[in-house]
Design a protein around this ligand. Sequence first.
Ligand code: EPU
Length: 292
Amino acid sequence: MNFLTGFEAFVRRNEPLAMHTWFQLGGPAEYFAEPRNQDELVAVVRRAHDENLPVRMLGRGSNVLVRDEGVPGVVITLSDSAFRKIDILDNTITAGAGARLGRVVTTAVHGGLAGLEELVAIPGTLGGALHGNAGTHGSDIGQWTARATVITDSGELMTRDREELVFDYRYSSLDELVILSAQLELHEDDPTELAKRMQKQWIVRKARQPMGHQSAGCIFKNPPEAHAGELIDQAGLKGTRIGGAVVSSRHANFIVAEPECTSQDVLRLIDLVRNQIEQRFEVELEQELDVW
Ligand code: EPU
């Protein structure tokens, strides 16, 4: 039996990952799994565990750079509608980790539930957001999270409650292999007011960030008491280019990939920026982007 046996309907070999990420760069995954239900998901996780294959979860690829040589092992994505359900009951939203964060936010707002509207323009899935505690200056996904259902790398289903979860700036203690779903506890508010707040956030973000370009989110975390984007801007690095990778002229903490760009170009540009900021300000920038 090889890894694919019995999984042919939802696992593919040598799947190019570029088309699954916002950067649209990088090589293939050895195996790419799109399970259609929880049983298939658990089965693929268990088999990978038994065969000692590394497993990575991919959301919508908005915070991931895949290396040009690709990724060994299994990449799993929860793109099936089975993992994207969003339900509201009283002031609680229950959503599958494959749901787009933007859909979760707008569902809450239209249902008159406040808390998530600040997160409107953050790309990616709920699972990805929970994995890295995505947020803005005023709010993050972790602060609303009451419970999450996860699957361990050996295929065991578990519930993690708020008391045992820790969220901090771009840090989440939800570190099991798979985040399957979560419950977010919000508070009631007027849907019209909420929609206005959401629209305002959207406009601000669109003006400040290179949305719609071939890029990911911010490359670096903000260092304590500073903004990575501001430091990179002050160092005069906007527009700096290596191959097809360019530091965005709109927001300096973004890298835009132009035609012919490779992942190696982006990695070299990240190194250049990090070195320049260290030399100039004695600040060590920590990467936010996940490099596979
Ligand atoms: N700034 C510059 N030049 C630039 C970019 C920013 O001077 O090129 C200055 C701005 O003028 C502002 C300060 O830096 O005074 C902060 O900029 P901004 O409000 O854009 O926020 P940020 O700290 O750069 C953070 C998150 C973003 C999130 C925004 C919106 C991080 C690393 N970034 O950006 O999240 O969308 O706040 O609230 O925490 C992400 O995590 O991928 C991401 C994009």
